[in-house]
Design a protein around this ligand. Structure first.
Ligand SMILES: *[C@@H]1O[C@H](CO)[C@@H](O)[C@H](O)[C@H]1NC(C)=O
Ligand SMILES: *[C@@H]1O[C@H](CO)[C@@H](O)[C@H](O)[C@H]1NC(C)=O
Ligand SMILES: *[C@@H]1O[C@H](CO)[C@@H](O)[C@H](O)[C@H]1NC(C)=O
Ligand SMILES: *[C@@H]1O[C@H](CO)[C@@H](O)[C@H](O)[C@H]1NC(C)=O
Length: 299
């Protein structure tokens, strides 16, 4: 009898796991095929072989760098010894160097993936997991607990401003500073939030794009979003034999009723593996990856 009960329990467990497994595969967009799409003229960037996750084109005041009274500050996410800090630097124009000002730590900044600066020491940050422990992190991911969140940080106030994400990833603001864009990796969505004077956020809309969305760059002139994507998360999260693929989408008119989503780049991993970010400048697009090369394309 006990054995039968045990077996039933075992069976139930298996069924549950099977359910999770298929949901998991759907969340990872496993086995999606991509047809190659490429702008006419693309070249690999020389000298970059082991990752180029972070790309920024830097006019005054864009994302990582905020210009306040002609002082340019740089905020960088750092993970020393599995911990999580944000490093603040000041740009020194004469010496063309960066001066390290301080290391920011806070218990609400526990698993930071991306940040967007809104002041010299003020930023929004995505925490891609709730847990810090790698083992618990992997269960959190597998079970799809959606406990990832977004935090507002300033020297005198730190608060969670949005939560319930299934892996909050890239974050950015609109050129006019009124809206915050958040990429939710495993629901394949870009969320648009209204930003209030008290720094809280209200969800305005969500756009589903059928690909795992990583970092978001915002064109400072047009306001278009350029998103580095993973067509198939299975290859990026699990070391399957075949290479992770790459994809870049451009989203125009995201605030209107009819946003336009264009696949600008797609490739099976032969040229570029695991694209995370794309940024455009003067008719050129740079694409960066987690641990591999970078590509420069004419648009
Ligand atoms: C891009 O995404 C990766 C992985 O999600 C993250 O580590 C990195 O900080 C992001 N880079 C930028 C420029 O947002
Ligand atoms: C810039 O302004 C901030 C806030 O008003 C102030 O704290 C800071 O010292 C100023 N920096 C410079 C270089 O003037
Ligand atoms: C922040 O501002 C929004 C919009 O004005 C308001 O709805 C909300 O109650 C405010 N929250 C706090 C904590 O003051
Ligand atoms: C990837 O695409 C290239 C060019 O279309 C093709 O030659 C190659 O066989 C493909 N590789 C895989 C692993 O699908």
């Amino acid at each position: 009898m006990a054995k039968a009960a045990l077996l039933t329990l075992f069976g139930l467990g298996l069924t549950l796991l099977k359910d999770y497994q298929s949901t998991y595969e759907a969340r990872l967009n496993a086995f999606r095929e991509v047809e190659p799409v490429q702008p006419p003229n693309c070249k690999l960037v020389k000298g970059i072989e082991t990752g180029s996750e972070d790309l920024e084109i830097l006019p005054n005041g864009l994302t990582f760098i905020s210009a306040v009274n002609n002082t340019v500050y740089l905020l960088v996410v750092n993970h020393p010894n599995m911990q999580c800090t944000v490093e603040l630097f000041k740009f020194q124009p004469e010496e063309k160097s960066l001066l390290h000002l301080k290391t920011i730590r806070h218990k609400l900044l526990h698993s930071v993936n991306d940040i967007v600066a809104v002041g010299p020491e003020h930023f929004y940050a995505t925490n891609d997991h709730y847990f810090v422990d790698p083992y618990l992190k992997s269960w959190e991911l597998y079970l799809g607990l959606a406990w990832s969140n977004v935090v507002y940080y300033s020297p005198n106030e730190v608060q969670v401003v949005a939560d319930g994400f299934d892996f909050a990833n890239g974050i950015n603001v609109s050129p006019d500073g009124k809206y915050v864009y958040i990429a939710e990796l495993l629901t394949h969505k870009i969320h648009v939030y209204e930003k209030h004077p008290n720094w809280t956020l209200t969800l305005l809309k969500s756009l589903a794009v059928n690909t795992l969305v990583d970092n978001i760059s915002v064109d400072p002139v047009t306001g278009d979003l350029w998103v580095g994507c993973h067509p198939d998360g299975m290859k990026i999260f699990h070391n399957l034999k075949s290479a992770p693929r790459s994809e870049v989408i451009q989203i125009q008119n995201i605030l209107t009723e009819e946003p336009k989503v264009t696949q600008v780049y797609a490739e099976n991993g032969t040229v570029l593996q695991g694209s995370t970010v794309a940024a455009v400048y003067k008719g050129k697009m740079l694409i960066g990856t987690v641990y591999q090369k970078a590509l420069c394309c004419e648009l």
